[in-house]
Design a protein around this ligand. Sequence first.
Ligand SMILES: [Zn+2]
Length: 563
Amino acid sequence: MPHLSLYRKFRPDTFDKMVRQEHVVRILKNQIAENAVGHAYLFTGPRGTGKTSVARIFARAVNCLDPKDGSPCGKCAVCRALGEGSLDISEIDAASNNGVGEMRELREKVQYPPVTGRYKVYIIDEVHMLTDAAFNALLKTLEEPPAHVIFILATTEPQKIPATILSRCMRLDFRLIPEEDLVKHLRSILEEIGKPYEEAALSAIARAGAGSDRDMLSIAEACIVYSETLTYDTVCAVLGAADFRETADLVRAMLASDLSASLSVCERILTEGKSVGVLLKDCLEFLSRISIAKTCKNAEQLLSLPREMFDTVRTIADGADGRAILRATEILIKTESELRYVSSPRISLETAIVRIAYPESDSAPDALLLRLKNLEDRLARTAQSPSAPAPLPAPAAPKAAVPAEPEAKYEFPEEEPVFEEAYFSDEPSRADPPVPAKPKAEAQTPFTQPAPAAREAAEEMTAEVAFGKFMRALRKTSKSGVLFTMCSDLLAVFEGGTLALYTESETIYAALRREDHAKVMTEVFAQIGISSFEVRKRGRPATGNGALEELKENFKDYPIEIK
Ligand SMILES: [Zn+2]
């Protein structure tokens, strides 16, 4: 016996086995009881809501010699004859038979009287797929239908049906099926086939079915073969919860402007073998869910996710700025559309992630607005914090009240004002009028430590200047914004004749050592006359008194003394 899908196996054969759609069923039953059936119906509604099932039941009911409460009896001679392969009930899939030829042929066939019952019934599925010429041919048949013919046109897209056809049909709209009815239906099926289940698994499957009985049953089918008992965990595994969690991690990090975490998660996902294109699609889908969770009151219904997944989406949505979500979506859509033209999709994706997670690298108006919003939020938090300075600055020193940005970026020494773009414009010192000197964030870099020995100071200055030159040259030559941004967090120091470049981020470390990036860096260093450099990994940044210890730890070969 061939394998039958759950949906086919449990397809209702009488009206009372239908899951919902009682408004449609009532009308059809009444017409049968009053012997007042029409010649053309249009069944519209989302997929998997029962349009074809109702059409089949109706087709047999109008022919049945002894209908039971409007449904076919299944026992009379006609019911038995109208099984598979009957000439009196024809199903046509308009998606594959959409030409004018098929509709002309149909016009001829309908002239012959039914073989067994009173009516010949033609069910035309996906009728919106017909060509214009085919619709015209069909219209001619609908205008003068033989008395023994009933047409049932079914479609998910009624707006694509010509008005001339619509006006000839009785339109019945099928609705999405509420979750509790799907649960009920699924439970009855599982009990009938004797499959043990967890209650939570039922609602997770029903929710994922999103109002469609057919979709729900195909998900259920995939879950059933997976394990002995149908568990919630099984359902999550089948629905791709692992992918979901990883995508959630990435989107969360991007929206929180955590560049390092964003690149790490991206690296991890791609290492596991997911393609850039699929990851982009996953992120876009996730962002759209977040937008819905952020803006729609009935988000839970609309999203139809298992509870745990929905909670994750909700939490990220609550913590994210609406503009940031929109901006991230726009950047990823653009990246996706450009993907097929780029030689390295991975660099495109990483650049997009940098733009999203690091709006400081972007001078577009939406990025600037986002930065402004971040500043406002930070100010608001400062104002609420009891230990913070007075929220309103004194008029004499307006900038003094703004706390030093804790992760202020390392500033390159300037030989000429070349930073015409806003790469590092979050540092107010350059453009703004002089403000009272404020201490730089403590122990940013070893260079801010109290005077090291003169020789080291000279070498450090050299490293600093050399690195500044490198960054300026890099910006002029490299088309890859991601490389520039990754390099901007490096700490440069000469060790012997080698320029050592330190990073705390495992991801940046790994990325910069990759062949493509290393090649560009080597070329740019050569331009400024440096032949020996090396990217190295260092520990967490030092703060306060621990700074010196950390410094010594990181630069073991380097004689450090405090005078
Ligand atoms: Zn019958």
